[in-house]
Design a protein around this ligand. Structure first.
Ligand SMILES: [Zn+2]
Ligand SMILES: [Zn+2]
Length: 211
């Protein structure tokens, strides 16, 4: 087991400060991995974590577990919650951890003499027993582990926009492969300026074809 203080130091060095959410991230990492019987840090891909927010919490989680988006072992479903699901990829076993609802008030009793809530949490979260800190709920994933992880190296091209789609993220509709954007599952729309550029490119292409 890695030492808590060492992990907190490493997490804090990413921020130039240590905050309660980083402590929650580190402690959640240690608690979740232990509950699944997985040693930390991971150098393999047997632990997959789906975190429900970004930010400081995630740094604590990454530092202590060794998971990362780059290694495809950490995904974010941004629900704006300090919570995460830990998945043993080999067995499919999944548990979701979240701070207990009364965790802030409990922290006060673990930081005697500290009346400032922020600092009471910073101290309390480091020393509270894990079962007072987190709820641990066995869960069943609505998407299979195989689909979540998908096969790296797979590639196809969208039947509408032509852009390449990797890692089996295409959606099949009417027998054709499409990217999510072209099926309207998108986080952006092309700006008015972009539309003018497209229109201009179209005119150039059309006039070139006319010639
Ligand atoms: Zn922070
Ligand atoms: Zn497309």
């Amino acid at each position: 087991m890695q030492a808590l203080a060492e992990l907190l130091n490493r997490s804090a060095s990413r921020h130039s400060h240590l905050c309660p959410r980083q402590v929650l991230g580190v402690r959640m990492a240690l608690t979740g991995a232990q509950a699944l019987g997985l040693d930390l840090p991971r150098k393999d891909k047997n632990l997959l974590i789906i975190a429900e927010t970004d930010g400081c919490f995630l740094d604590g989680l990454e530092i202590a577990t060794g998971v990362s988006p780059g290694r495809r072992t950490l995904r974010i479903e941004d629900y704006g919650k300090i919570a995460a699901t830990f998945i043993d990829v080999r067995t499919g076993e999944a548990i979701r951890l979240a701070p207990r609802l009364d965790v802030r008030s409990r922290a006060l009793s673990y930081a005697p003499g500290e009346s400032r809530h922020y600092f009471a949490q910073l101290t309390g979260y480091q020393v509270m027993p894990a079962d007072e800190l987190f709820s641990v709920t066995p869960v069943v994933l609505t998407t299979s582990v195989e689909d979540l992880v998908s096969r790296a190296g797979m590639r196809t091209n969208c039947a509408a926009c032509g852009e390449e789609i990797i890692n089996e993220r295409e959606i099949i509709a009417g027998g054709e492969a499409y990217c999510r954007s072209c099926l309207g599952q998108t986080y952006y729309r092309v700006s008015a300026q972009g539309m003018q550029i497209f229109a201009g490119v179209d005119r150039v292409l059309i006039s070139a074809a006319d010639r």
